[in-house]
Write a protein that binds this ligand. Structure first.
Ligand SMILES: [Ca+2]
Ligand SMILES: [Ca+2]
Ligand SMILES: [Ca+2]
Length: 94
């Protein structure tokens, strides 16, 4: 397969992922829509405001999961249960 064609289609795919109404133009809202979805996922009570707890929900959940005796603190053994599995999360490549 010629590399140019695959580059094009990848670029087109990227374009159409944003171009929700398929009018060949990406509006600001369409551009922001990917962020909107991520935001809505986090905004648990749907009030269009992210509290710190909502924003940090994955960390909060991990903490609650690890805090086996529910004393609001993690000892070393509890903390070890949420050790990131090697290769499980895509690490920052910077
Ligand atoms: Ca559009
Ligand atoms: Ca909220
Ligand atoms: Ca604990």
């Amino acid at each position: 397969m010629p590399p140019v064609a695959s580059e094009l289609s990848r670029e087109q795919q990227r374009f159409f992922r944003y171009d929700r109404d398929r009018d060949q133009r990406i509006t600001r809202n369409e551009m922001l829509s990917t962020r909107t979805n991520a935001f809505r996922d986090l905004d648990k009570d749907g009030n269009n405001l992210l509290t710190f707890e909502e924003w940090a929900v994955t960390t909060v959940e991990r903490f609650d999961q690890a805090d086996a005796d529910r004393n609001g603190e993690l000892n070393q053994k509890e903390f070890a249960t949420i050790a990131p599995k090697p290769g499980a999360t895509p690490a920052c490549r910077c």
